[in-house]
Design a protein around this ligand. Structure first.
Ligand code: RB5
Length: 142
């Protein structure tokens, strides 16, 4: 699976932890930045991640800011993107099974690193259920 990740300054530390975690598991991750904690604007990093998932260059995207909210709003402006703001493991399962979410958004200022990494693992490993959920996603696209 090809994964692309981005953050702003508020999500930089959690982004770094996620990249390390995924690389330790042998999953290659493309990092669009930022590469330090200088203040930046989250839409500038949501855009390249959303576009790369939108055009199927990458299978899944992960976006981290202080709350995850700005990244979530920005990513969902892109057609074909189903970005999910997730801070618990139940929702990590459910949004993959029901929404086929293709971008995961989290807030570094909201949850601890341990929970965030569990959420990443669950979200990457859980399959979409299809069936009635496919019809609902199609209605969103329309
Ligand atoms: C940056 O201070 C903060 O606004 C940003 O990281 C994010 O929380 C926005 O939704």
């Amino acid at each position: 699976m090809k994964v692309i990740i981005g953050s702003d300054h508020g999500g930089f530390n959690l982004k770094s932890a996620i990249i390390q975690h995924l690389e330790d598991k042998g999953i290659d991750v493309k990092d669009v930045g930022p590469f330090d904690t200088d203040s930046v604007d989250y839409p500038d990093y949501a855009k390249p991640v959303a576009e790369a998932v939108q055009n199927s260059e990458y299978d899944r995207g992960i976006l981290v800011c202080g709350t995850g909210i700005g990244m979530n709003i920005a990513a969902n402006k892109h057609k074909g993107i189903r970005a999910a703001l997730v801070h618990d493991t139940f929702s990590a399962h459910a949004t993959r099974e029901h929404n086929n979410s293709n971008i995961l958004c989290m807030g570094e200022r909201v949850i601890g690193t341990g929970l965030a990494l569990d959420i990443v693992d669950i979200w990457l490993e859980t399959e979409f259920e299809g069936g009635r959920h496919e019809r609902r996603i199609e209605k969103i696209e329309q």
